[in-house]
Every structure is written in C-alpha cells, then in structure tokens.
Design a protein around this ligand. Structure first.
Ligand SMILES: Cc1cc2nc3c(=O)[nH]c(=O)nc-3n(C[C@H](O)[C@H](O)[C@H](O)COP(=O)(O)OP(=O)(O)OC[C@H]3O[C@@H](n4cnc5c(N)ncnc54)[C@H](O)[C@@H]3O)c2cc1C
Length: 423
C-alpha cells in the first residue's frame, strides 16, 4: 500500500508547468499554492497586478491536491448556529455566499477549461444513529423555512437504500447542489491558468520571514529575498510562525484517506447508485465517494492529531469502511495518506490583516469551494477591486500562545468521542 495520495499518482504535477525563479519585486506575493493562493493570483492578474506565488514544496502540494474532492453546500459551522451567532440577515448572506462558491468553482472550471471531473452529483448526510435521524426532519424544515431552500430532502431508512448500498444508516438528507471533482486535476488546472495569465509560480521557496519596508515587504525565502507591495498568506492548515498572530488564530488538524483498487462497475453502482458523495452524522465523521476511476475513497479520523501512523490509520479506516460496505471486505487497499485542515475556534473561515499581512484561511475540511471563492475575494480586495468580504466583517478569535494545540486538541478529541458514544 502506498503512503502518498492516489490523486497525485493519477495526476502528478504537470511536467510542463511553467515555474520560475524569484522575481525581484511584485505588487503582491501570495504565500501558499493551493485553492486560496491560486484563485487569489488569478483574480490579481485579471486586475493587472503583478504576482508571485511562493510555495515551500511543489505547486499544489498541500491539502488542495489530497482532499476528498467534495464541494458540498454550506460552511463547516452548521447554518442554524451561523444564524444564532450573526443574525438572520447575515446568516442568509453566508448561505448564499456558500452556494455561490460552488458556482464559482464551476465557472473557473469552464472558463479555464480545467478537465477535473466536475459534476453536480449531490451529497447525502447519513444518520449514524436513530436519534440522529429523528433530528433530520426538523433540520430540513429549518432550511425550507429560513432559507427557502428546496434542494434538500429527507430520506428514511428504506429510501436511503436507493442512495447507498449499505444497511448501516437510519436515513439521510440528500442535497442535490453539491459537486464532486478530482482535486489534483483542479489545483494543477488553476496553476496552469495562473501561469498563463502571467503569475510567477515559485517552488521550493519556503518563506521564513517578512519585514516591513517603506514600500511594502521584504520577503525572506529559502531561495533568496524579494520585495512585494503586499503579502497574502494562503497557508491554511500549514500555517507556521512567519506571522505569529496568524498562527494563533488557527490550528492544524489531520484528516486521513484510503482508496481501494478500482471496483467492478456493477459493484460501484450497487454501493453508490446515484454517484453521490457521502458523510455521516458523527463528530468524528467519515466521508466517502467513488473516484472517477471507480475506487472507493474513504476518509475521516478518530483523533485530531496530524501525526498518526498512516498504516495504522488505514487499518482503522478499513474497519469502518467494511462496517459500512461488507462487500469491500476482501478488496485490496492501494493508498493511504493524510493532509492538514485548518480549524478556527468558531469553525468559520476568516480573511483580513494581521500586522499588515493579508490572510485568508480556516476552512475546516470544507475548503474545496470555500477556499476557492475566498481566495478570489482576497485577491480582488488586494487589487482594490472589492471593498470587503462577508468574512472580513466577523470577529476572529486568537489565543495568546500556540502550544494550545497540544493541550486543546486531545481534550476536544475526548469530548467528540464522548458525544459520539452518547448522543
Ligand atoms: C485529507 C483531506 C480531505 C479533505 N476533504 C475535503 C473535501 O472533501 N471537501 C472540502 O471542501 N474540503 C476538504 N478538505 C479541505 C480542503 O482540502 C482545504 O480546505 C483546502 O484545500 C485549503 O486550500 P488552501 O489553498 O487554503 O491550503 P493548502 O491547499 O493546504 O495550501 C497551503 C500551501 O501553503 C504552503 N505553505 C505553508 N507555509 C508556507 C511557507 N512558509 N512558505 C511557502 N509555502 C508555504 C503549503 O506547503 C501548502 O502547499 C480536505 C482536506 C484534507 C487534508
């Protein structure tokens, strides 16, 4: 079994991707080359600004080439909580924004001709316990009443069998607007588009320090120094201490994925008759789907640590997969890998400035469309084409020191495990 992502084995970083050396000076330096950084770079180039995308590894290396490829509706924070916290009007605006974010991905894919298997296949949230299913009718009603959203509906235990070939669940909520894509094809397509539009893509250029100058920033990288008028940190779950105030507003969490060998077509259709994406209703949820080449991709975590052993996590994930789909008991696994999500304390994405440095991050496992759209908005703000973003208008909590990860994450993990047992 390989311990690298299946997606980048099937679609490696294109050999002809036009990467360059560090330019001397640009209008905006974007740090991080995932969906956030590349969408920002494209928006900046559309507005005529000069841009360098600086990546510590190779372009697209982070979560953007190793995720589940599920662009699902909403945000990580549940919509009723968003309404309670920010009020009805702002809540509706966040929901609309999240729907627009999927449209934005679709538009980018069309405009830039990115062949990344984008499809509006919809998703199903699956009730792990009868008590979870009991809440589903009320949840769906809440979406009808507060958002006039008619594109989701509840299916009971018998009906859910038309959505998924498993007896493990007590019903589900189907949402037809969510989209699936091949994450590596999408991120490398964005990189090609950014390069075509004139952005410098610089690999192996870890940024190690930023210093303010009279005209912007001096940027220290492993490849040397450069100048920029402005800087956008687009480092999400890989955010380090370059700007300590940014690190204190996010913590990295691991997510783990396995894939099987390609399944026979009849078995694919039996397990996922409508080609939906799935996740279950637990705190430590599992998410899964069939890949474009017919494998079962199964992801999740039983712990928030980013440092689990990949073979152990594969065994754990395999046990869960076989509980859901006993027919996969003897199907060999081909890949096990991990990547980092960026969690914020309020489970909301944030965009703004800390110590003069612009940033956009905090997607918490819900970043395929949200990072793309917030990256575009951040780019437009830096180019002076947009005054603000909804996510710039909400409070962003930061903690006074960073070792909280080590204290906080094990406590949260225990709490989630407790909730999954009792609720
Ligand atoms: C296993 C997994 C499964 C997921 N599944 C889903 C899913 O199905 N649906 C969904 O919506 N979301 C999912 N996500 C989340 C989604 O992938 C992320 O939210 C999104 O990719 C974040 O994009 P980004 O551009 O902000 O960050 P990334 O793509 O993580 O890019 C950040 C980049 O910054 C670089 N970097 C960091 N520090 C520096 C530095 N100092 N100098 C230079 N470069 C630096 C890193 O090397 C990295 O390449 C998943 C994430 C993981 C890990």
């Amino acid at each position: 079994m390989k311990t690298t992502p299946f997606w980048t084995e099937e679609c490696p970083r294109p050999a002809d991707l036009p990467v360059s050396d560090l330019p001397e000076r640009v209008d905006v330096a974007v740090i991080g080359s995932g969906y956030t950084g590349l969408n920002a770079a494209i928006a900046l180039r559309k507005a005529g600004a000069s841009v360098a995308v600086l990546e510590q590894q190779t372009i697209g290396w982070g979560a953007s080439s190793r995720n589940g490829g599920m662009a699902t509706t909403g945000l990580k924070e549940e919509m009723p909580n968003v309404f309670k916290r920010y009020g009805d009007e702002m809540g509706r605006a966040f929901w609309r924004w999240a729907l627009d974010s999927i449209d934005h991905v679709e538009q980018m894919v069309e405009e830039e001709e990115i062949a990344c298997n984008f499809s509006r296949s919809g998703h199903v949230t699956l009730a792990f316990k009868p008590s979870h299913y009991k809440h589903f009718a009320g949840e769906a009603q809440w979406f009808h009443d507060n958002l006039a959203y008619e594109d989701l509906w509840v299916v009971d235990k018998a009906q859910v069998r038309a959505e998924i070939g498993s007896n493990a669940y007590f019903g589900g909520i189907v949402d037809r607007n969510s989209a699936a894509l091949h994450p590596a094809r999408y991120v490398f397509g964005l990189a090609q588009a950014a390069a075509r539009r004139g952005a410098h893509l610089v690999e192996h250029a870890e940024v190690t320090g930023l210093a303010r100058t009279a005209t912007g920033f001096r940027i220290l990288t492993r490849k040397g120094e450069m100048q920029a008028g402005d800087v956008l940190m687009a480092t999400n779950g890989y955010t380090g201490n370059v700007v300590p105030g940014l690190r204190r507003g996010i913590f990295p969490v691991g997510s783990y994925i396995i894939t099987t060998e390609p399944l026979p077509l009849e078995l694919q259709q039996e397990l996922s008759p409508r080609g939906r994406m799935f996740f279950d209703s637990r705190h430590f949820l599992n998410y899964f789907r069939i890949t474009p080449d017919g494998r079962m991709l199964f992801g999740g975590r039983h712990n928030l640590s980013p440092n689990l052993d990949l073979l152990e996590s594969a065994q754990m994930m395999r046990r869960r997969m076989v509980e859901v789909f006993p027919a996969l008991r003897d199907v060999p696994l081909t890949h096990t890998w991990t990547g980092r999500l960026g969690l914020t304390f309020d489970l909301m994405p944030h965009v703004g400035r800390v110590d003069g440095v612009a940033y956009a991050y905090g997607y918490a496992g819900h970043g395929v469309s949200v990072a793309s759209y917030l990256g575009k908005e951040a780019g437009e703000m830096l180019a002076g084409k947009r005054a603000t973003s909804l996510f710039a208008q909400i409070k962003h909590d930061r903690y006074p020191f960073t070792p909280y990860d080590k204290l906080y994450l094990p406590i949260v993990s225990q709490w989630f495990r407790f909730l999954d047992r009792v609720s």
